[in-house]
Each structure stands twice: as structure tokens, then as C-alpha cells.
Design a protein around this ligand. Sequence first.
Ligand code: BEZ
Length: 404
Amino acid sequence: MAKVTRRTFLGGAAATAAGVAAGPWVLRAHAQSGPVKIGVVLPYTGVYAVLGESITQAMELVFARENWTVAGRKIEMIKEDDEMKPPVGIRKTEKLIDSDKVDILTGPVHSGILMGMRDKVHSSKTILIVSNAGADAISRERCSKWIFRTSFSNWQPNQPMGGWVAKNVSKEVFLTAPNYQAGKDMMEAFKETFVPAGGKVVAEDYPKLGETDYAPYLTKIRQSGAKAVYCFFSGTDAVNFVKQYDQFGLKQTTKLTGAGFLTEPDVLPAQGRSALGVITGHFYTPVLDNPTNQRFVKEFREKFGNKMPDGFACQGYDTAETIVRALKAVNGNTQDKEKLVAVLEKTEFDSPRGRFRFDPKSHNVIQPFIYIREVKEVAGGLNNVPIDKVADVRDPGTGCALPA
Ligand code: BEZ
């Protein structure tokens, strides 16, 4: 038992007296005048470290614009590296909720980590704004009223691509993606429209997440005789896959297509000309011609050493913008969680990707467009140039329309 000295006794007695005299309302008001703590669970090491960095940078850009103060409360980001390992991500989530007592949680990047965090977030009624991980189940059977997603469901950038590839590229495609939930979700979504459009999946292959030598997989692609590949890789996996695909000579015979993460600006400089001509589907590209995006690209490049913002940065921007708007709408009161959920469901604003809004049925962002983009050489280097688009892409999930 802690030793009670005269000083601690007097201090404790004074605090108790003040609490009794002022009543619980004053104690609550006092708690609300402290900083808004935002717990951030992202990868800062490993295959997806560059994704975590882009998301964080754009969040900091938005909070800096607000002078790190919203509705009279300071904004404090508590960042935790999930190291791309589900047990670490879950442990960090528990620390942020139980020890740091964060008001709002954001992250993660990895679908498996999101699935692992879900029950803790749900049972503790912590508001989680998912800033990347696309696990479809979170908009569907594992939906939680406390979870919103500003990024995408894995289904969203891939489902429109199936029909498009069948019509415009090839009806004989080889599918490949890392062997975990996001890879499986994305390939399933692609098949949903590819097969009904007359497409034939020649073969599928799932290397481990973090593979560095794709030679055995590229050999199988060549032997399959497929006319095109559709894939999902991101971070250092995307760099290695795209470069080795080119070095293997496959680019000349087999058109490379995939989910947009494959050629985002976080990896394009490292891929270089190996990425030229790759066709992908995504909700964003920094060349979008709208005033919010133009300002975002300019401010982001000024702040971060001329770095081109990618889709992950757009997600970080939208996550922070969502938080700022919700805090303003509840006048900084983060204790009334039901009120925060109601406000979040109605949050709408002009994002770099277009008009941002949530689908109340899934708490997932409705994508204004999925752009079909081709890597081309444009002023300023390689970039993803839209060549077609599909409007108003919303996940079919209705999990949040059900009672909590
Ligand atoms: C995911 O695990 O959900 C994911 C990771 C990187 C890019 C896109 C999705």
C-alpha cells in the first residue's frame, strides 16, 4: 500500500472536497478541457512503412492547419508502430484504449490487424476511423457502429476492374496477391465482374506478404500463357514485383494490371520506368483536377520535401478532416459517443478525391469515382493518368444498418 504522507493526505482531501462541492459536472467539464488524444496504430517499419508515413504526414498537415487546436482543445497524436504484426497491433490498441485512454483511434494499414482490433474497439465503444485497412468484413458481418472507414473496402477498387479488364485488356488473366485477407478479398472482388463478363481465370497464386524473390511466381505466369495479370501488391512488395516483372521480360508479352496500390506515388520513384503502361483501379490520383486536390498537392509537396501525395496521404487527409469536423460539430465533447457517431454519419466535405461522405449502412466511404489509370510520363515525372472512371462506388455491405 502507498505510504500516506501529510502532503498526499492534504492534497487528496482537498481534491475530494472540490469534487464533492463542485459535483460530477465540473469533473466532466475539467476532463473535456484537456487535449483530444488521438491514438494512431500504423506500420512505421516493414513492407507497408511508406504507407504509414504518408497517412501520418497528411494527418499532420490538416491538424497543423488548425494550429493543433479544435473547439478549444489541443490535438495530441499518440503514434504506435504496429510493425505489421497482428499481435503487436492488438497490444498497441489495448495500450491506447486502456492506458492512454484515447478519445479517438485511427489506423491500421493491414486488414488482418484491423480484424484483430475489432472486438476490443467494439466492446470498449472506442471510435475508430480506419485510415487504410480494407477488410470487407468490417463493412459487412463484422461491422461496428463505433467504426468508420475513410479509405476503401478491399472490394471497392477491384470490383469495377473485373468487367473493365475483360472488355478492354484480356479475357484470360492470371491473378496474384499476397497471401492474407486483403489479397483474397481483392481477387474475389475482381472475379465478381470479370467472370460474368466472359473472363477466364487461367490460374491464381498467393506469395507470402513481404516476398522479395518473385522469380518462381513469374515463371508460373509465363508458363500459364495468360494474356494479362491482375494483381494486388503494395509498399515494398509493389516495388519488387513490378521491377522483377519487367526484368523477367513479361511486360512485353503479358499486360500488367491491378489494384491501384501497385503504382502509387509512394513506390513509383523506386519502380521507375518498369511501371510505365501499368493499368490500375483507384479512387485517387494526384493529377485530379479539383481545387481541394490542387491545394492539397501544393501544400503537401511544400511541407514534405516535394514528395507527391499518394492515395494513402489522401486517406490521412480525409481521416483528419473527418475528426476535425466531428469535433467542431460536438463542440469538443468526446464523451457523448452516440452523438459523435450521429455526427460522423452525416460528415460531408470536399476531399482531394471529390465529395467525401459515408454510407450510413456500412460506415464506409462512398467513392465518388474509381479511376482506371495508366502510368504515363507527365510533366514532373511518372504518374497515374485516368483513362476511364466508374462513378459512385459503394460497398454492398449493410452491416451497420443492423442493431448494434
Ligand atoms: C490491407 O491490408 O487492407 C491493405 C494494405 C495495403 C494496401 C491496401 C490494403
